[in-house]
Write a protein that binds this ligand. Sequence first.
Ligand code: NOJ
Length: 683
Amino acid sequence: MINRTPVLGIAVFLLLLQPIVGEFEALAQGERNAHLLVDSPGGEIVAVFLISDGQPYYSIAYGDVEVMESSRLGVRLQDRPTFEGDVEIVGFDRRAVDETWEQPWGEVRYVRNHFNELSVDLKESNGDRRIRIVFRVFDDGVGFRYEWPEQEGLNDFVIMDELTEFALTDDHEAWWIPAYYVHRYEYLYERSPVSTLGAVHTPLTMETADGLFVSIHEAALTDYASMTLEANGTTTLQAGLVPWSDGTKVKASAPFVSPWRTIQIAETPGGLITSYLVLNLNEPSRIEDTSWIESGKYVGIWWGMHLDNWTWGSGPKHGATTETTRRYIDFAAEHGIDGVLVEGWNIGWDGNWIRNGDLFSFTEPYPDFDLEGVAEYARSKDVYLVGHHETAFGIDNYERQLEDAFALYRRLGVKAVKTGYVDNLAERHELHHGQYMVRHYRKVVQTAARHQVVLDVHEPIKDTGIRRTWPNMMTREGARGMEYNAWADDGGNPPSYETYIPFTRGLSGPFDFTPGVFDLKLDSSMRPEQEARPQMTLAKALAIYVVIYSPLHMAADLVENYEGQPAFKWIQDVPVDWDTTLVLNGEIGDFVTIARKQRGGDEWYVGSVTDEFGRTFRIPLDFLDAGREYVAEIYADAHNADWESKPNNIVIREQRVDADMVLDVRLAPGGGQAIRFRPAAQD
Ligand code: NOJ
């Protein structure tokens, strides 16, 4: 329970005045000093819009706990003294929405979009230019954005800065990764007080002294610069925008809208995971017929390159040969795996490909890879190829070939494409997260949609929920994935890694972690002086399929490492599309247990993972249907397992259970547990 310490903030003061809000609203028109309230449908969250001497602010309260103190709003435009203060209210509007929409695939099937909205129209006091600020208040948080309606005197304009602040009430503990670093989002999460933060990425998750969990992010980043946050010794986070190479931030034409700035609020860390506010703030699907969009599992010619057993480029160790690909297709077909990723199939990888992105062809295969033949072989076995486009940030080269590349894949029945953006500066020296790249990623999503191809993006723009609008934008790596466990200088992702992800990066959307390595000591690696390795037990490797959400999940290991392994049955069984998601327990950076019900079926799957410490939980099974008997197929760490010396020691057993029971779950150091619950009647 949170500690509801009374505060004297403006939000609380205004709450006391609620009976006379109408009067305030009547007064608000034309005012340079006024305030307007909007509360959540359940009444727990209140957002206050305040204008004081022509400067707009907002604040937020959760019950009687202040979450955001008066925080500045506004933008700074180039060559125009506007919206930086000195504005007045010219009108406002309210509406309430309560609707439920269905995800074509997802962590839940139905999402309730329930909010109260306040739109405030402002104009410059010394001019006629207008801006609207819109607040949507949900039971799980607040979103607000800037809108520039069509108007005379404001056509094309350039945003130089956003003045948005998030004035926290205290020096909260925050989990963060740095922004503007060379490996984009691929950093380990750190925990420290907000005041110590330089520029960091969102989502930024925090725990307050009142026991609330708050995460700041953005929704619907479609034609804007990505937002970063910076505190610099204070407890106020200042929004930053990733610049263009010319120093400007956003190039816009009215009518125009910013992404939503989102503040999710929950009483438990798990409450953040089951909040769908960011999705709700995206536009409904622009793809009418989504029947061609399939979630699935795939194996691939990929991990072998990271182990140094194969190369992307041509030569004696070339991975993407016709023969190897057919072998992977055979494996997929035999084991019910949907797709086979093939990296290194196309011309352009020889030499230093990271520096030569403009040399990639996206239509021409290497001579030892019979693209047409392999695609036909895959189709004959009811498996599809997962295509691959590594751009190495040669954006012009890629965009020139985009249409042909996707048309080719569509003709060949390639249903999914993994794209990649190694490097950090695009053509014309544009940064990874600036508006230039946001526009590029959008163009690729739309082109892929036209050709009925789904995307899995490596080195992406951060996820802001655009999968609601473009459901073919399925998943992204966009964090340190499994590959770091093959070669990272720091030894790979530490055992705690997967206990941070659901509460941080995972809040933004699906993460293709490329899980499923069974050879945990990397005995099959040919990489010399190998230091890194997956720091997890086999049971944890399985649990990750539930704990980390992705509609496309990989079985990343060399397929021969799965032969004769009883634990592989879990990867065959586990769904990637869900009806319901529940967080059963969790402490950020320590452990987390998630239960998900399969879409279109009666089975439940539970994944539990821990950091470097062993743990025991008692898990009530009350999420199962009452009065029904289930068989629990349990993949557990053996009594002597640990990630370091005995990672593969696993016990696989079955037990009859029902909703009245409590299950004892034991996790080894760096371990986990994966459980499939199938109704006993199916036996
Ligand atoms: C770098 C990515 O991290 C890796 O996963 C991928 O295989 C290579 N680029 C080639 O695209």
